[in-house]
Design a protein around this ligand. Structure first.
Ligand SMILES: Cc1cc2nc3c(=O)[nH]c(=O)nc-3n(C[C@H](O)[C@H](O)[C@H](O)COP(=O)(O)O)c2cc1C
Length: 121
Protein backbone atom coordinates (compact mmCIF):
# COMPACT_ATOMS: atom_id res chain seq x y z
CA UNK A 1 0.00 0.00 0.00
CA UNK A 2 3.07 2.25 0.03
CA UNK A 3 2.61 2.97 3.75
CA UNK A 4 5.68 3.16 5.95
CA UNK A 5 5.44 1.11 9.14
CA UNK A 6 5.53 4.05 11.56
CA UNK A 7 2.86 6.07 9.75
CA UNK A 8 0.13 5.28 12.28
CA UNK A 9 -2.48 7.56 10.68
CA UNK A 10 -2.13 5.99 7.22
CA UNK A 11 -2.07 2.51 8.73
CA UNK A 12 -5.25 3.13 10.69
CA UNK A 13 -6.98 4.59 7.62
CA UNK A 14 -5.98 1.53 5.61
CA UNK A 15 -7.05 -0.86 8.37
CA UNK A 16 -10.53 0.69 8.26
CA UNK A 17 -10.99 -1.12 4.93
CA UNK A 18 -11.26 -4.29 6.99
CA UNK A 19 -14.29 -2.93 8.81
CA UNK A 20 -15.85 -1.85 5.54
CA UNK A 21 -15.44 -5.40 4.28
CA UNK A 22 -13.11 -4.17 1.53
CA UNK A 23 -16.11 -2.74 -0.31
CA UNK A 24 -17.55 -6.21 -0.96
CA UNK A 25 -21.31 -6.33 -1.50
CA UNK A 26 -21.70 -9.62 0.37
CA UNK A 27 -20.33 -10.88 3.69
CA UNK A 28 -20.86 -14.48 4.75
CA UNK A 29 -20.36 -15.33 8.42
CA UNK A 30 -19.42 -18.90 9.24
CA UNK A 31 -20.59 -20.14 12.63
CA UNK A 32 -20.15 -23.30 14.68
CA UNK A 33 -22.69 -24.78 17.02
CA UNK A 34 -21.33 -24.43 20.57
CA UNK A 35 -22.07 -28.12 21.27
CA UNK A 36 -19.32 -29.12 18.83
CA UNK A 37 -15.69 -29.68 19.82
CA UNK A 38 -12.64 -27.87 18.43
CA UNK A 39 -12.35 -30.63 15.83
CA UNK A 40 -15.21 -29.03 13.95
CA UNK A 41 -13.00 -26.03 13.18
CA UNK A 42 -11.28 -28.31 10.69
CA UNK A 43 -14.63 -29.01 8.99
CA UNK A 44 -15.45 -25.32 8.96
CA UNK A 45 -12.08 -24.54 7.38
CA UNK A 46 -12.75 -27.07 4.65
CA UNK A 47 -16.22 -25.64 4.17
CA UNK A 48 -14.73 -22.13 3.87
CA UNK A 49 -12.27 -23.35 1.25
CA UNK A 50 -15.03 -25.06 -0.75
CA UNK A 51 -17.18 -21.95 -0.52
CA UNK A 52 -14.40 -19.77 -1.92
CA UNK A 53 -13.55 -22.24 -4.69
CA UNK A 54 -17.22 -22.53 -5.56
CA UNK A 55 -17.53 -18.73 -5.68
CA UNK A 56 -14.54 -18.63 -8.04
CA UNK A 57 -16.16 -21.27 -10.25
CA UNK A 58 -19.14 -18.91 -10.52
CA UNK A 59 -16.94 -15.96 -11.47
CA UNK A 60 -16.87 -14.38 -8.01
CA UNK A 61 -13.89 -13.43 -5.88
CA UNK A 62 -13.63 -13.81 -2.13
CA UNK A 63 -11.48 -12.93 0.86
CA UNK A 64 -11.57 -14.45 4.32
CA UNK A 65 -11.32 -11.73 6.97
CA UNK A 66 -10.92 -12.49 10.66
CA UNK A 67 -11.22 -8.74 11.28
CA UNK A 68 -14.84 -8.85 10.14
CA UNK A 69 -15.70 -10.73 13.33
CA UNK A 70 -13.68 -8.54 15.69
CA UNK A 71 -16.93 -7.32 17.26
CA UNK A 72 -19.11 -10.45 17.13
CA UNK A 73 -21.78 -9.04 19.46
CA UNK A 74 -22.69 -6.46 16.80
CA UNK A 75 -22.94 -9.11 14.07
CA UNK A 76 -24.96 -11.36 16.34
CA UNK A 77 -27.44 -8.58 17.06
CA UNK A 78 -27.66 -7.33 13.49
CA UNK A 79 -28.15 -10.76 11.93
CA UNK A 80 -30.07 -12.28 14.82
CA UNK A 81 -27.59 -15.12 15.26
CA UNK A 82 -28.55 -17.32 18.24
CA UNK A 83 -26.18 -17.64 21.21
CA UNK A 84 -25.59 -21.33 20.50
CA UNK A 85 -23.82 -20.36 17.28
CA UNK A 86 -20.22 -19.20 17.70
CA UNK A 87 -19.24 -16.69 15.02
CA UNK A 88 -15.90 -17.87 13.68
CA UNK A 89 -14.95 -15.96 10.55
CA UNK A 90 -16.34 -13.77 7.81
CA UNK A 91 -15.80 -14.25 4.09
CA UNK A 92 -16.30 -11.31 1.77
CA UNK A 93 -17.63 -12.11 -1.67
CA UNK A 94 -17.76 -9.88 -4.72
CA UNK A 95 -15.76 -8.89 -7.76
CA UNK A 96 -12.11 -8.06 -7.12
CA UNK A 97 -10.74 -4.82 -8.54
CA UNK A 98 -7.57 -6.00 -10.26
CA UNK A 99 -6.23 -2.42 -10.27
CA UNK A 100 -6.42 -2.07 -6.49
CA UNK A 101 -3.01 -2.18 -4.77
CA UNK A 102 -4.22 -5.05 -2.53
CA UNK A 103 -4.57 -7.15 -5.64
CA UNK A 104 -1.23 -6.14 -7.10
CA UNK A 105 0.63 -7.93 -4.36
CA UNK A 106 1.26 -11.58 -5.13
CA UNK A 107 2.45 -13.45 -2.08
CA UNK A 108 5.07 -16.09 -2.59
CA UNK A 109 4.64 -19.81 -2.01
CA UNK A 110 7.26 -22.12 -0.56
CA UNK A 111 8.17 -24.98 -2.88
CA UNK A 112 6.18 -28.19 -2.42
CA UNK A 113 9.39 -29.99 -1.36
CA UNK A 114 9.51 -27.79 1.76
CA UNK A 115 6.09 -28.84 3.03
CA UNK A 116 5.77 -32.39 1.70
CA UNK A 117 8.25 -35.21 1.95
CA UNK A 118 7.98 -38.07 -0.51
CA UNK A 119 9.59 -41.44 0.16
CA UNK A 120 9.95 -44.04 -2.55
CA UNK A 121 10.40 -47.78 -2.05
C1 LIG B 1 -8.83 -17.29 8.02
C2 LIG B 1 -8.24 -16.05 7.38
C3 LIG B 1 -8.52 -14.79 7.92
C4 LIG B 1 -7.98 -13.64 7.32
N1 LIG B 1 -8.28 -12.41 7.84
C5 LIG B 1 -7.82 -11.28 7.26
C6 LIG B 1 -8.19 -10.00 7.75
O1 LIG B 1 -8.90 -9.86 8.74
N2 LIG B 1 -7.71 -8.91 7.11
C7 LIG B 1 -6.90 -9.02 6.01
O2 LIG B 1 -6.49 -7.99 5.46
N3 LIG B 1 -6.54 -10.22 5.51
C8 LIG B 1 -6.99 -11.34 6.11
N4 LIG B 1 -6.64 -12.58 5.62
C9 LIG B 1 -5.74 -12.67 4.48
C10 LIG B 1 -6.39 -12.35 3.18
O3 LIG B 1 -7.67 -12.85 3.03
C11 LIG B 1 -5.45 -12.82 2.10
O4 LIG B 1 -5.28 -11.78 1.22
C12 LIG B 1 -5.91 -14.04 1.36
O5 LIG B 1 -5.89 -15.13 2.27
C13 LIG B 1 -5.03 -14.32 0.12
O6 LIG B 1 -3.77 -14.72 0.54
P1 LIG B 1 -2.58 -14.89 -0.46
O7 LIG B 1 -2.14 -13.50 -0.81
O8 LIG B 1 -1.55 -15.63 0.33
O9 LIG B 1 -3.09 -15.65 -1.64
C14 LIG B 1 -7.15 -13.74 6.18
C15 LIG B 1 -6.88 -15.02 5.65
C16 LIG B 1 -7.41 -16.14 6.24
C17 LIG B 1 -7.11 -17.51 5.61
Amino acid sequence: MGIVRDDEVARYKNWKNNYQFFGAPVAVFLCLDTSLTDWSLFDLGMFADSLMLSAKAHGLDSAPAASSVSYPHHIRKLLDIPENQKIIVGIMIGYADPEHPYNQYISCRVPVEEVAHFRGK
